[in-house]
Design a protein around this ligand. Structure first.
Ligand SMILES: [Zn+2]
Length: 226
């Protein structure tokens, strides 16, 4: 994007704009008619309402990308695009995915613990973010497996339900425990046998081949063998 040639609404300088300024408030559909009779032509375009004013959608995308580049967050955008591509259940086009990722990026969803993908996304791309997160272990009715969510997701639970950390469905849940900080991230997260109260519950006979850590814990084995 050629920043010098692109006029921002209200004559704002590109160097002074922030993510908040261009936060996608709503998408709007616009048209304009010119000429009359047979020469009548109608132009259509999509626009985005922002704090700065209305910006044509394709310009909004270019502007968002330029801002991300200015903030040295191009890699983070790439990660978001990859994430959205891997979770593209509605079969959106590549251009739509890119637009969705730009919206998520500008709104800084990856920093919001209420975002349903906050834990899995950051676990994959920014594990350091999770070190200070408020992690709660729950078991949802649907999958009956122990998994992590954030306290903030529990705080905004809807009618006693939260999004299941395994299947994403909103279902009833029970809280099993809270991660104590600054305890390091539990390396057993990916393992269905991890229980926040009991620790590893994998039978010792399976550990040698099924444990992602590949270690054995004698004390734990004794308890389980009883
Ligand atoms: Zn589930």
């Amino acid at each position: 994007m050629n920043q010098e040639n692109y006029k921002l609404p209200g004559g704002v300088e590109f160097s002074s704009i922030t993510y908040e300024d261009i936060l996608w408030q709503t998408g709007v559909f616009r048209y304009e008619r010119t000429g009359s009779g047979r020469d009548k032509i109608t132009f259509y375009w999509n626009a985005v309402k922002t704090k700065l004013g209305e910006i044509e959608e394709k310009n909004w995308c270019r502007l968002a990308e330029a801002l991300i580049e200015r903030e040295n967050e191009t890699q983070l955008l790439k990660d978001l695009i990859q994430w959205c591509t891997e979770h593209n259940y509605v079969k959106a086009s590549a251009a739509e995915i890119r637009k969705d990722a730009l919206q998520l990026h500008v709104a800084r969803f990856f920093d919001d613990p209420q975002w349903i993908d906050f834990i899995p996304f950051n676990k994959k791309y920014r594990p350091e973010v999770l070190e200070t997160a408020n992690i709660v272990f729950v078991r949802n009715e649907c999958c009956q497996k122990v998994g992590p969510v954030t306290q903030e997701q529990i705080d905004r639970s809807h009618a006693g339900t939260i999004a299941c950390p395994f299947c994403g469905r909103w279902s009833r849940y029970i809280v099993l425990g809270t991660r104590l900080r600054p305890e390091p991230l539990d390396p057993c997260w990916d393992c269905d046998c991890n229980d926040p109260d009991m620790g590893c519950t994998m039978p010792s006979i399976d550990k040698s081949y099924a444990c992602p850590l590949g270690s054995t814990d004698d004390k734990q084995m004794e308890v389980l063998d009883e």
